[in-house]
Design a protein around this ligand. Structure first.
Ligand code: ZN
Length: 565
């Protein structure tokens, strides 16, 4: 394993518009002068280095803000970045337009295949200089959501918690605690409901206006392009959601019914849904340092370079997992492409979710590191539905090691819960996706109408849901706790597509673990060389859009005897 720098030594210099414009001009001149394939590709590679540098600065600035949303300097750096970025995009898009024409296009496709030109074709349809100011405003509104939710101080049983921390109590075995913690959580949303409605309304109108300026009917088409959906479209997604309702809904209802019986409840209310076991959900048996030690052992035993990689992440301070005041909620993996290194951000809260950071975010990080030698920055990550295959599949591939985090019995309960939650998630994820399609095809709906739309989604996909006396979500407000809806529009079906692939990896691993892990690692190494369905097939899996695929996966799970109805 080559030498890697420590996070503390990562340096980013703040670029200025003049500097970057000058670099672009120089590159353009080189391209004009290049009169053979070798010279043209050399110029493209130089541009790629510049993009890696700028992407590193982008990721680093975003991460610093997420680490401490109250820090004034970080906030200013973020605002500067978001102000400058659309101008950089402008230069980048002009370059892509130029490279999509002969003779560059032919050289690029013969060297790197057609995926990169397909990605750029999508990009050029997402930008015109006329939307530059809109993009700046969009970033500001998105940061406002992060800041607002990060600032929540939830008073519960005499102590103050943030949103990440309160989750721990929402899955307590004691019903009074989980009910009360949910009440505290939703009261915060109720108190901030007007702000959250206004913020979302601004975002929906802004995105719709951008779409119109670019010649789309509404934001849906633009949203798909921004997500780089190359080899599937809205109809495919709609059919997939319909298939989920047909195939998964009856199964989900029986899972919820079994959960109710297991918990010995007369009725399963929304505040019971996160508890899968009467004795409490399995919890990891130790703190941060203990979890790191256990994860190191797990990855060492898994082989394929995972152990060395995890040690590198840990020793170079590329893991930031402890919860802190002012830290943004949630977890993610980002990367610094100039250094070929990923970074994992999370908020430990003492639940089984802490273990899932190692199994989910590590999947992203491992993929990113495995494909760091890809020749183009465009191929370092695939599109997001494919990214989630790496993370969600690793969640299953690490099953044999769960005894390291829980006791024997806890590990068995953890795996059963994981499988049940994965199946239930297919419905919730589809609801989030379907909701966004409704939102952006009716951009002038009022906030109250949007809440009603969400309730319709709950009825369609989560028909068992009963909020009882939690009035704010009962009126349709619970979607406001979903970061993606505000910050990453249309990024959600990606998890639902990836889940179908992850389940296939799991079924393979149950029969032939070594074969499955081999295919998993080579999928990671391919990075973003191909669009979603091609990547899926190259890993020996079926595309979720293929007729009968989902049903076959669900039937195999039944046959395997893992789900008793
Ligand atoms: Zn993920």
């Amino acid at each position: 394993m080559e030498k890697a720098v420590d996070f503390q030594s990562i340096k980013v210099s703040k670029p200025t518009q003049e500097e970057i414009a000058a670099e672009y001009q120089k590159l353009q001149m080189e391209m004009e002068d290049a009169n053979d394939k070798k010279a043209r590709l050399a110029a493209v590679q130089k541009w790629d280095q510049l993009r890696r540098r700028l992407n590193t600065w982008y990721a680093f600035t975003g991460l610093k803000f997420q680490q401490d949303t109250c820090n004034k300097q970080y906030k200013m750096d973020l605002a500067y970045r978001d102000e400058l970025w659309p101008k950089i995009t402008n230069l980048e898009i002009s370059m892509k337009r130029r490279l999509l024409k002969a003779p560059f296009r032919t050289d690029i496709e013969s060297q790197f295949n057609q995926q990169v030109t397909a990605l750029w074709e999508a990009d050029i349809m997402t930008f015109e200089p006329a939307i530059q100011d809109d993009l700046v405003l969009e970033s500001k509104l998105q940061a406002e959501y992060t800041e607002l939710t990060a600032s929540a101080k939830l008073l519960f049983e005499g102590k103050s918690y943030n949103i990440s921390e309160i989750v721990k109590f929402t899955q307590e075995a004691d019903r009074r605690l989980r009910h009360k913690s949910q009440r505290v959580l939703w009261n915060w949303f109720a108190e901030n409901g007007e702000h959250l409605d206004r913020l979302f309304d601004d975002l929906v109108h802004l995105r719709t206006n951008m779409a119109k300026k670019l010649g789309y009917d509404n934001y849906v088409g633009l949203g798909y392009k921004r997500m780089h959906r190359i080899d599937y479209n809205q109809d495919d997604v709609e059919q997939y959601r319909a298939e989920i309702r047909r195939v998964v809904l009856p199964l989900a209802q029986s899972i919820r019914e079994r959960q109710r019986k297991r918990l010995n409840l007369e009725k399963l209310y929304s505040y019971d849904e996160l508890l899968f076991d009467p004795t409490g959900n399995p919890k990891p048996q130790g703190d941060h340092d203990w979890l790191i030690e256990r994860a190191t052992k797990m990855f060492d035993e898994m082989g394929s370079g995972m152990g060395e990689f995890f040690r590198l992440m840990n020793s170079r301070h590329l893991l930031e997992l402890k919860n802190r005041e002012g830290k943004a909620p949630g977890g993610f993996c980002t990367d610094f492409p100039s250094y070929g290194l990923p970074f994992i951000f999370a908020n430990f809260n003492g639940t089984k979710g802490d273990v899932e950071v190692f199994t989910h975010e590590m999947g992203h990080a491992f993929q990113c590191y495995s494909s760091r030698k890809q020749p183009l920055v465009d191929y370092l990550w695939p599109t997001l539905e494919s990214c989630e295959i790496h993370s969600m599949s690793l969640e299953f591939l690490t099953w044999p090691h769960m005894e390291k985090f829980f006791d024997k019995e806890g590990s068995r309960r953890f795996c059963r819960m994981h499988l049940e939650q994965s199946l239930l998630f297919l419905l919730y994820g589809s609801a989030v996706d379907h909701f966004q399609h409704l939102i952006y095809t009716q951009p002038d709906a009022s906030p109250a109408q949007r809440h009603t739309m969400w309730l319709e989604m709950e009825r369609l996909y989560l028909p068992w849901r009963d909020w009882d006396d939690l009035t704010y979500p009962a009126m349709g407000g619970s979607w406001q706790n979903k970061l993606h809806i505000y910050v990453f529009p249309f990024y959600y079906i990606d998890y639902v597509l990836a889940q179908c692939c992850a389940l296939q990896f799991w079924l393979k691993a149950e029969k032939d673990f070594d074969g499955a892990i081999k295919q998993y690692v080579s999928l990671c190494q391919r990075g973003g060389q191909a669009p979603f369905q091609q990547l899926v097939r190259s890993a020996g899996l079926k595309s979720p859009f293929e007729k009968g695929c989902l049903e076959e996966v669900i039937n195999s799970i039944y046959q395997y005897g893992k789900i008793r109805v």
